[in-house]
Design a protein around this ligand. Structure first.
Ligand code: IPE
Ligand code: IPE
Ligand code: MG
Length: 251
């Protein structure tokens, strides 16, 4: 995707949203790695490892399907509450993934963008992420957004804080604040509206992911555990989406 102005729910209601056919923007809560491993008597890290392979496959499939933006929830701001050993394993996998896949992703024309406070990661991981963003900055075939240390409530809070500061400074009037003002201060600014939100592993919750952005997203929950989510799984979700009728409150 290229830099295109964010569209609000109002714009979508006016008929410019993707009401049928293919989604432009898909987000996935990649859940179930631990259970996948547990069921095989393996350590949780084995599930995360397999989960990374699934993510790679899904990026390729999304490209083949012409999806403009794929947003993957890789680490939530709440995931810090996991044992230190698991967090360290996840960071190692992230390092390895970037080192191994960055060139291929860049060659495929994918632009990498990150949402979430990844600056809180170890300095070498921050450096790798910055390198991935810079290396793919000029790509425009598709965008891969990775949510790292992301939490939606904190994202909205930060947006509100910036707006409040502008109002306090007198550069913005309180009654000029619209939903677009809030959107412009979110980390997803400039991305097309979220069309389809997928969560694997049978859990039916958002876990602090894209709360604002999913206002009119179609939700798709599948029992498939993330490491088992393959090309066909994504095709199934997209085909389910294409059968949905989006009404945005209208008839
Ligand atoms: C999702 O799988 C990956 C991350 C949250 C990083 P989980 O690790 O949450 O797997 P389950 O939910 O315990 O099976
Ligand atoms: C959501 O999964 C976060 C990611 C997939 C990165 P969790 O496994 O952390 O969510 P909860 O704890 O079940 O809500
Ligand atoms: Mg989980």
């Amino acid at each position: 995707m290229t830099a295109e102005p964010a569209r609000s729910v109002d714009d979508a209601a006016a008929g410019t949203g993707s009401s049928e056919g293919s989604p432009r923007h898909i987000a996935i809560i990649m859940d179930g790695n631990g259970r996948w491993a547990q069921r095989r008597g393996l350590p949780r890290i084995a599930g995360h490892r397999k989960g990374i392979e699934a993510a790679r496959t899904v990026v390729k499939t999304a490209g083949a399907l012409g999806i403009e933006v794929l947003t993957l929830y890789a680490f939530s701001s709440e995931n810090w509450s996991r044992p230190a050993s698991e967090i360290s394993d996840l960071m190692d996998l992230l390092r390895r993934f970037i080192r191994k896949e960055l060139e291929a992703l860049a060659e495929e024309g994918i632009r990498i963008r990150v949402i979430g406070d990844y600056q809180a990661f170890e300095p070498d991981v921050v450096e790798l992420i910055d390198r991935a963003i810079a290396r793919t900055e000029t790509n425009s075939k598709a965008t891969l957004v990775v949510a790292l240390n992301y939490g939606s409530q904190s994202e909205i809070t930060q947006s509100v804080r910036k707006i409040a500061a502008d109002v306090a400074a007198g550069t913005l009037k309180a009654d000029e604040v619209t939903s677009s003002t809030i959107e412009r201060h979110l980390s997803t600014d400039g991305l097309p509206p979220l069309d389809l939100l997928i969560r694997t592993s049978g859990e039916c919750r958002l876990s602090n992911f894209l709360l604002w952005q999913s206002a009119y997203a179609e939700l798709y929950f599948t029992d498939t555990l993330w490491p088992d989510f393959d090309e066909q799984s994504l095709r199934d979700a997209v085909s389910d989406f294409s059968q949905r009728e989006r009404r945005y409150g209208g008839l």
